[in-house]
Design a protein around this ligand. Structure first.
Ligand SMILES: Cc1cc2nc3c(=O)[nH]c(=O)nc-3n(C[C@H](O)[C@H](O)[C@H](O)COP(=O)(O)OP(=O)(O)OC[C@H]3O[C@@H](n4cnc5c(N)ncnc54)[C@H](O)[C@@H]3O)c2cc1C
Length: 427
């Protein structure tokens, strides 16, 4: 019987203690079977339980094993595509709904943390840092655009002001979002899982869904059991494999890497990020970083299309960290790991139904910490018969990657290389 542990990461090493969860053995009946215990699955489960559904969650490995337990911990609101681009693609009515929801995920996280007393080092404040004047101009126009959708909390930072929040000379300015922030991502997932159980939900670990029997009363099979449900929510994201072949064609798992320094001590940590905000730059292949509760720097960046694990993560990410903070040249890297997110061609989430009773949300293409929390709410609304917001996502058009499953990786890598060059030369 497989027993998949967490990858070796700073988060696994500093996770809050939890008792092991059972493997599904035998048959169970439930209202909703959720496949995957990342944020999408856990957020869905929580909203459904709060609305009186009986919920069973199947997790192939452990709670937060996927991207939700490995990410940069940045609470970045909005989507991986600008709202004006979305508006041009789907029209003003649908864009209005999507625009109104774009900052809701961050609020949901804060409500969850407060309501269920989740210990996950939550801090307020996220900065988008501009490296070029063109990127700064883009932030200015994004701020104006978000204000049109009622989001007025964004603040522009000029070159002097951004230096007050991050000790990096690369930036010409930035934008501060106090509704952004950061968390210990695995502890957020573990706290949400405990909340699911406190409401009577059941989570089985080491229990992969290996087959879905579709029909009026769908059944999800695991190696040692099965779950009969009225509804199924598919929330396996980049780790789902080919369980639902229709979904695999229009998305592609990609790897991204994170390193964590040794503890820096209060003085050095404060000198880098005096307000303890998290930062991401505005490049297409972006760098992102933040401090942990014990004053380490978590630094992420880079994308491996097709989700191959690089041999030496530190060799890839440390130079990026030193470019931002040369003052860390003698600091040791304690942890380095990789994780997979799911990319779609449009970089917008892939959401929908298969038949009447199988629902899915996946593929938010990078910025997923907030979106996945919103997705849980929107999926739960749809199962309760209020699908307007769900349909706003479900109606987003999606296309297969050029080249099909075989050639999509080189094609996407070529696209990223092009955008990487544009970043490098400041276009
Ligand atoms: C290294 C990294 C850094 C990132 N940094 C950020 C960041 O700072 N900010 C941000 O907004 N976003 C970030 N992201 C993206 C974000 O983490 C994800 O979008 C989000 O966590 C996805 O959540 P999810 O629940 O949809 O998927 P996941 O968290 O991947 O969860 C899917 C779960 O489903 C399980 N599963 C899969 N198949 C099955 C099956 N057949 N049966 C049962 N279980 C199954 C998996 O084991 C896994 O636990 C990052 C991603 C990575 C990889």
């Amino acid at each position: 019987m497989a027993n998949t542990p967490y990858p070796e990461s700073y988060y696994a090493a500093s996770a809050n203690a939890v008792a092991p969860r059972p493997v599904l053995q035998g048959d169970v009946e439930t209202d909703v079977c959720v496949i995957g215990a990342g944020y999408t699955g856990l957020s869905s489960a929580l909203f459904l339980l709060e609305n009186g559904f009986k919920v069973t969650v199947l997790e192939a490995a452990k709670v937060g094993f996927g991207a939700s337990g490995r990410n940069g911990g940045q609470i970045v609101n909005s989507y991986s595509r600008d709202i004006d681009v979305i508006e041009r693609s789907v029209g003003p009515k649908q864009a209005q709904l999507l625009g109104q929801m774009a900052f809701e995920g961050g609020r949901i996280i804060r409500e969850r943390v407060a309501k269920y007393n989740i210990q996950c080092d939550l801090k307020d404040g996220g900065v988008f840092a501009a490296i070029t004047a063109k990127q700064m101009g883009h932030l200015e126009s994004q701020k104006r655009l978000w204000e049109r959708f009622g989001h007025t909390q964004l603040e522009l930072l000029d070159q002097k002001r951004i230096r007050d929040v991050v000790a990096c000379d690369q930036y010409v300015g930035g934008m501060l979002d106090m509704s952004g922030g950061h968390i210990h991502p695995l502890n957020l997932a573990l706290g949400e899982a405990a909340a699911v159980e406190s409401l009577g939900g059941t989570i089985y670990e080491q229990s992969p869904a290996v087959r879905i029997e579709r029909g009026a009363n769908p059944v999800v099979h695991t190696p040692q059991g099965k779950v009969r449900a009225k509804f199924i929510i598919v929330a396996g994201n980049a780790y789902l494999g080919n369980l639902v072949p229709e979904l695999a064609a229009k998305s592609m798992p990609c790897g991204t890497q994170v390193i964590t320094t040794e503890p820096l001590g209060d003085a050095l940590a404060k000198s880098l990020l005096p307000q303890d905000y998290c930062v991401e730059d505005c490049n297409y292949l972006l760098d992102y970083y933040r401090l942990t509760g014990d004053k380490r720097l978590v630094f992420g960046g880079g994308v491996v299309y097709g989700a191959r694990d690089p041999a030496n993560i530190e060799a890839i990410i440390r130079p990026k960290m030193l470019k931002a903070f040369p003052q860390l040249k003698d600091v040791k890297i304690d942890y380095a790991w990789t994780g997979n997110f799911l990319l779609t061609l449009s970089r917008l989430p892939q959401v929908g139904r298969l038949g009447d009773n199988i629902y899915y949300s996946q593929g938010c293409s990078g910025h997923g910490v907030t979106y996945t929390h919103l997705a849980g709410k929107v999926l739960a609304e749809a199962l309760r018969g209020q699908a307007e917001r769900f349909d706003a996502f479900a109606d987003l058009p999606h296309y297969p990657f050029p080249g099909g499953q075989l050639l999509r990786t080189p094609f996407a890598a070529l696209g990223a290389w092009y955008y990487g060059l544009r970043d490098k030369f400041g276009y």
